[in-house]
Design a protein around this ligand. Structure first.
Ligand SMILES: Nc1ncnc2c1ncn2[C@@H]1O[C@H](COP(=O)(O)OP(=O)(O)OP(=O)(O)O)[C@@H](O)[C@H]1O
Ligand SMILES: [Mg+2]
Length: 504
């Protein structure tokens, strides 16, 4: 890609970007939220047309006008948000895009072909499974198999590890390495610096739509990458926790109580098994565990989105066991969902409409049934400043904002209403390091003002650096609860794999 530029309205998403990709390499793209990473890759995929610049492929200048052109050339992309059809099987999804124009699908042949492909690259998929039943990690493998099956030579993955457990992420990179070794080129967008340094061959950092730095992974250090990503602007300081302060809080009356709570998952199977816990006002309570062990269901029960089949939930004196979502909101429970695009935002609506989704009936946003538009716009503008949200105009649909900026918007809306408890599911996933730190600081500020914060994450570093206590989930059971000062990675790791500790 030579001298690529692309503007959206007043935003220069890419300015004079040049990028060379070689066969056999894993090339990582790094940069803050809104730096232009997805845009650049969408241009390579023919989804956007550049305003300026040229694309050269195998020594020839090439015009990529549509995704079809890209696929025909052997360029394929796994998007930041997957594009599988949930009600079809894995095999059907793979073949749907294969371009093989046979009217009849031969199931056995399809399954055999997929198995071969997945064996060659060590990608575990079940051809006959329905996509909606798969975990995110599995869905991602299906997306990769789909590309391999199309004969892709340049694979682009937009933040592939953001939704994976550390183990799954490593498996994925092992697969990508196999692909590179077989002569394919791999481009990976990521916010995780360690991961990039350990797995890529070269790294390019974008900043404000331009190439800020490009280097061999062997020459990269955290300092150099951080400087390239965030510039000279210093990161917000991480404040230290005070264990005595935590002691005082834990001695008070609990704000939120779960008493032997059980619940089912979407497939109707037991997902939570007799969970009992107490969360104190002002406390940051971390939930650790490998994804898929009940975190989602636990957060949804806390937010009133998932029915409880057994046991009770209380917020203060109030029994919320059977309360509606609306009652949970009114009682002051805020929820940052895992899947912001499906549950949190209406992508076709602009920012001011999105911020009132949960409170359009409140005094603040409506009087006598009429929406108070100026207040909505003013609030949206405030969020933009406070959370450093990058956007092309408040009147535009939020679909046009970058993934990380959508996440910031959702977060801003959720924590703005002075909640008593915030249930934050992977709140810093997909955020650049600066944005992640400011989100943590805002949660900390809320906890200092007395709110209870439930922080669900797979990254133990995050949980240890940030929480007062840690509860560990494994297979829907709470394996135990620990004060951060009284435990370590090893113990929590053992509990994550099913070893029971006694609750504190
Ligand atoms: N279709 C569009 N219309 C208007 N603005 C857009 C469009 N697509 C992207 N933008 C803007 O261009 C800029 C770059 O966005 P892009 O999605 O490329 O960022 P990114 O580096 O992928 O960020 P993230 O890490 O948050 O995913 C952002 O400011 C975004 O709001
Ligand atoms: Mg992006």
């Amino acid at each position: 890609m030579k001298h690529i530029s692309k503007t959206f309205g007043s935003i220069k998403a890419n300015q004079d970007v040049s990028l060379s990709i070689y066969p056999g390499e894993i090339h990582a793209l790094l940069g803050e939220n809104g730096a232009g990473k997805s845009t650049l890759m969408n241009i390579l995929m023919g989804i956007y047309r550049p305003d300026d610049g040229e694309i050269w492929y195998k020594g020839k200048r090439t015009d990529i006008r549509t995704p079809k052109d890209a696929v025909a050339l052997g360029i394929g992309m796994v998007h930041q948000h997957f594009r599988l059809i949930p009600t079809l099987t894995v095999a059907e999804n793979v073949f749907l895009y294969s371009g093989k124009k046979s009217f009849f699908l031969h199931h056995e042949e399809m399954q055999k072909e997929i198995r071969e492909c997945s064996e060659q690259y060590n990608l575990q998929v079940t051809p006959e499974a329905l996509v909606w039943q798969l975990s995110v990690g599995e869905q991602q493998r299906v997306e990769i198999v789909k590309l391999l099956h199309q004969g892709t030579e340049i694979l682009i993955l937009d933040e592939p590890s953001a939704v994976l457990t550390p183990q799954e992420a490593q498996n994925m990179f092992d697969t990508l390495r196999k692909m590179a070794d077989s002569g394919k080129a791999v481009i990976v967008i990521s916010h995780k610096m360690n991961e990039v340094m350990n797995n890529a061959d070269r790294i390019t950092v974008l900043k404000g739509g331009m190439v800020e730095d490009t280097m061999l992974a062997a020459d990269a250090t955290i300092e150099r990458l951080t400087r390239a990503v965030v510039g000279e602007r210093s990161l917000p300081e991480q404040q230290k926790k005070d264990p005595e302060e935590a002691d005082r809080r834990i001695g008070t009356i609990p704000l939120f109580v779960m008493d032997k709570v059980s619940a089912l998952n979407d497939r109707g199977l037991p997902a939570l098994k007799k969970i009992s816990l107490e969360i104190y006002p002002g406390e940051i309570f971390g939930i650790a565990g490998v994804a898929g062990n009940g975190q989602r269901e636990l957060s949804e029960v806390m937010a009133g989105l998932r029915p409880v089949t057994e046991g009770k939930c209380f917020l203060g004196e109030k029994n919320l066991t059977k309360a509606s979502v609306k009652q949970h909101i009114q009682e002051g429970i805020a929820f940052v969902p895992e899947d912001r695009r499906q549950m949190g935002l209406v992508l076709d609506l602009p920012m001011p409409m999105n911020i009132i989704l949960k409170s359009y009936h409140s005094e603040r946003y409506s009087r006598r049934g009429i929406l108070r538009t100026p207040v909505m716009w003013a609030d949206a503008a405030n969020y933009v400043t406070k959370y450093d949200i990058k956007h092309g105009g408040l009147e535009l649909p939020v679909a046009l904002m970058s993934g990380g900026n959508q996440q910031k918007l959702l977060f801003a809306r959720e924590v703005s209403g002075k909640p008593r408890m915030i249930v934050a599911t992977y709140p810093v996933r997909g955020l650049d390091i600066g944005a992640a730190e400011s989100i943590r600081n805002i949660l900390k500020e809320q906890s200092e003002n007395g709110a209870a914060v439930v922080f669900i994450s797979e990254e133990l570093e995050d949980i240890f650096g940030f929480c007062d206590r840690i509860g560990v989930l494994c297979d829907g059971e709470l394996m135990g609860i620990r004060r951060v000062e009284e435990t370590d990675f090893q113990e929590i790791g053992r509990m994550m794999s099913g070893e029971r500790g006694d609750a504190v």
